[in-house]
Design a protein around this ligand. Structure first.
Ligand SMILES: [Zn+2]
Ligand SMILES: [Zn+2]
Length: 157
């Protein structure tokens, strides 16, 4: 996300907290800062790690309480890849139609967009008498490392 949009999104979220009568504690601020400093997908545990770089006192509980606020506000998108944890995507506001390919072993996620795919989805939707609201395609596969080495070095623990 470009810096200007990042700032605007951050402001929107702070207003949203105000509307909900939620205080912007320094822990919550650290979480928000961490979210707006990354373009990468993250898990709750990774967010905790990132937030602690801004404020070492951030607790796991605060992260788990703040994440639903971020998803409710549309700032991050919660994704279920069928794992025992959710993945959060900070890139949805900017690219709502992007797709994901994920390695079945190390959970490496790569984003992609495709005009062809968009076109195909439009055609199918039109043919079935629907109007598209959102679309996402998720592909599970073997990353380069898994293909070449038979194992992924950065396996998610
Ligand atoms: Zn994404
Ligand atoms: Zn892999």
């Amino acid at each position: 996300m470009p810096q200007v949009e990042r700032q605007a999104a951050r402001e929107r979220f702070l207003q949203f907290l105000e509307q909900k009568n939620l205080r912007l504690t320094s822990q919550r601020k650290a979480i928000v800062d961490a979210v707006f400093a990354t373009d990468r997908h993250f898990t709750a545990e990774q967010l905790l790690e990132m937030a602690r770089k801004h404020d070492p006192t951030v607790s796991r509980a605060t992260v788990y309480r703040t994440l639903p606020l971020l998803t409710e506000n549309g700032l991050v998108h919660e994704m279920d890849f069928g794992k025992d944890y959710k993945v959060y995507d900070p890139n949805y506001a900017e690219h709502p139609n992007h797709n994901h390919i994920i390695c079945g072993d190390c959970d490496k996620i790569v984003e992609f967009e495709s005009d062809k795919l968009d076109q195909l989805e439009n055609e199918i939707t039109h043919r079935l008498g629907f109007a598209i609201k959102s679309q996402q395609l998720r592909i599970t596969g073997s990353c380069d490392e898994l293909k070449k080495l038979g194992a992924c070095r950065n396996k998610h623990s």
